[in-house]
Write a protein that binds this ligand. Sequence first.
Ligand SMILES: *Cc1c(COP(=O)(O)O)cnc(C)c1O
Length: 397
Amino acid sequence: MPHWTAMETVVNPVLAPGVPAAAIVDLRAIEANVRVLREHAGDAAVLAVVKADAYGHGLIPVARAARRGGATWVGTAQLDEAIALRDDGIDGRVFTWLQVPGADFAAALRRDIDLSAAAPWALTEIAVAARSIGVPARVHLKIDTGLGRNGAYGAGIEELITEARRHESEGSVQVVGIWSHFAYADDPDHPTVRHQQEVFEDAVRLAEAAGCELEVRHLANSAATLTNPSAQYDLVRPGLAVYGLSPVPQLGDPAAYGLTPAMTLVARLALVKDVPAGQGLSYAHRYVTSADTKVGLVPMGYADGLPRSASDAGPMVIGGRRYAVAGRVCMDQVVVDLGSDSMAQAGDLAVLFGPDSSSEPSAQDWAIASGTISYEIVTRLGPRVQRVYVGAQEDSS
Ligand SMILES: *Cc1c(COP(=O)(O)O)cnc(C)c1O
């Protein structure tokens, strides 16, 4: 079966008529990717990062699939998403790490969520919440080992550990982890990588000398999980690789690491029409037809997350042929110059990206076309793009 027909066969049963655009998410791919990451991680456990609505793939279905694949932990930046995971029945360990003063830490503790503290204010607020509900909080101390972003830095590291020990002795906090994040994980030979690991190991020694009984030391994101076994410690925190995308596209595509992209982004043509040579297409006529042709209207635009910077460049496949967006990406739509011999009709499928890089563009191709990274391509897809799930356990016979 030619691939195009295969794609229609896969998409048509799951994409209801009348749906303009959808992200089809293969949950079996998520599950398999987590299994692959477990193999890469050796003895370390896997925390699947499902922040930002699971990088646009859908928080709850992805978290379930990741748990099926063997992620003993799931994690989100924001507290609301961690709470949503628990309230939708996600078991195992849940970790959340980016809060501001006034956050409802008690709500997290009532749901048995692990918390991060990067500064003394967080320890103080977490301890108050823990006392109010009568259980000690499990806390991971965040160390800035050189990323220059979140975490205790320099002399602040010892201060954070001392504060944490004080709360531990009062019974309100239990320090279970020391953790940090790389600046150059995607460049494994960069000198900062080794240096950050040294700072990290010093912080671990300091915490242990102060009396912390650590359960997990964790530093590795996807890139470090795949390329730097010395950074795996007790737990790895992959995000992008869970979704089957390569965090190091310059070193290898997803297949090179045994990963399968989970998302296929499709739209249905809203219109196909004839236009003569010399007609400008879309705002500002940046693209002008060079011959009599047919144009197709794809009902997705920057409101749906297609970067406006993909104007004249964003790739897609229609009727088995590869095209690029013609002219500007608009809020709700883009135009494609289909060619005079195209057989495409309204209702036909446009595949913007998918897992089979031999026959369709990838999220990485969109990243290149837009001057960004594949993370942003999938994560910024808007709520108007319907998420359709295939491969949920419930479907399997
Ligand atoms: C987003 C994030 C991750 C996951 O990063 P990937 O590059 O997607 O694997 C891990 N740790 C922290 C702190 C993060 O913010």
